[in-house]
Design a binder for this molecule. Structure first.
Ligand code: 15L
Length: 262
């Protein structure tokens, strides 16, 4: 498959591009910044929030599927969040429809449902939108846009509500929310190859012993995580924010520290 990876230079993108190439895909990178020195991938330096720039990439390249990992990973003002996550998704979807590209894997986030209390029990993919930040609001809106295009145009859209994508977990919460680099690649590969998923949501975490998010929706799509944060448990020191971060799915993002004007 020839896969356009938007946000190819980001923390997820750097890992996913290499991983997808290793399992036999042809990768086309797209990012605001140039590709890494000596990169083996075709690369486009363009802003995904600019529909003309995205359309130009699709006009130049043969693309079979899109992996959308672009966007600011932190809390910004609302308009910036909407540009970063919703406008970029719209530009990619419009170009996909124009070029008959029917598969997209989207890096959404647990923060789309981050204000869900942990006391609600295991988090399922059917949890109502309940963002913890403007970042989460933008992820909810991007997911809604993907659902609209799935319904209107028959796009297969696999939404990955990612936990904490890190080399290793760094906090008590991370023992539940960690997504390893290798599982991140497995997750995207499953999203690309699941037969006819339509609009589908999975939880982007590893097979963590302390997970409180349902792994079944991912397994139904072929995502079988292999790693477990528990192997790092001995290295995690208790932190002053552990109790506050355990209250809601979104951990720190759901605390008062992130309250700010839109
Ligand atoms: C995310 O979606 C964020 O991009 C990242 O900064 C972390 O907050 C992560 O979720 C997490 O929940 O650990």
């Amino acid at each position: 498959m020839r896969v356009l990876v938007a946000g190819a230079a980001g923390s997820l993108g750097r890992v996913v591009t290499v991983g997808l190439a290793e399992v036999g895909h042809e990768v086309v990178g797209l990012d605001l910044v140039p590709g890494p020195e000596g990169s083996p991938f075709a690369w486009h330096e363009a802003d995904c929030a600019d529909p003309d720039a995205v359309a130009a990439v699709f006009a130049e390249e043969r693309i079979d599927a899109v992996v959308h990992l672009a966007g600011a990973p932190e809390e910004l003002a609302l308009p910036d969040e909407l540009t970063s996550h919703v406008v970029t998704t719209a530009a990619l979807l419009d170009a996909m429809v124009a070029h008959d590209v029917t598969r997209i894997v989207y890096a959404s986030s647990n923060h789309a449902v981050g204000r869900t209390p942990r006391t609600d029990g295991e988090l399922t993919e059917r949890a109502l939108p309940r963002p913890d930040t403007y970042y989460g609001v933008a992820k909810v809106a991007a997911e809604a846009l993907l659902h609209l295009f799935a319904d209107r145009h028959g796009i297969d859209a696999v939404v990955c509500r990612i936990g904490s994508f890190l080399e290793e977990p760094t906090s008590l919460r991370g023992l539940s929310t960690w997504l390893s680099h290798a599982d991140g690649v497995r997750m995207v590969e499953a999203g690309l190859t699941a037969p006819a998923p339509g609009f589908a949501i999975l939880h982007g975490i590893s097979a963590n012993t302390r997970a409180w998010w349902d792994l079944e929706p991912g397994r139904r799509l072929g995502y079988e995580p292999q790693d477990d944060a528990e192997v790092f448990a001995d290295r995690i020191e208790p932190g002053p924010d552990d109790a506050a971060e355990a209250e809601f799915v979104g951990g720190p993002f759901a605390t008062a520290r992130f309250h700010r004007p839109a």
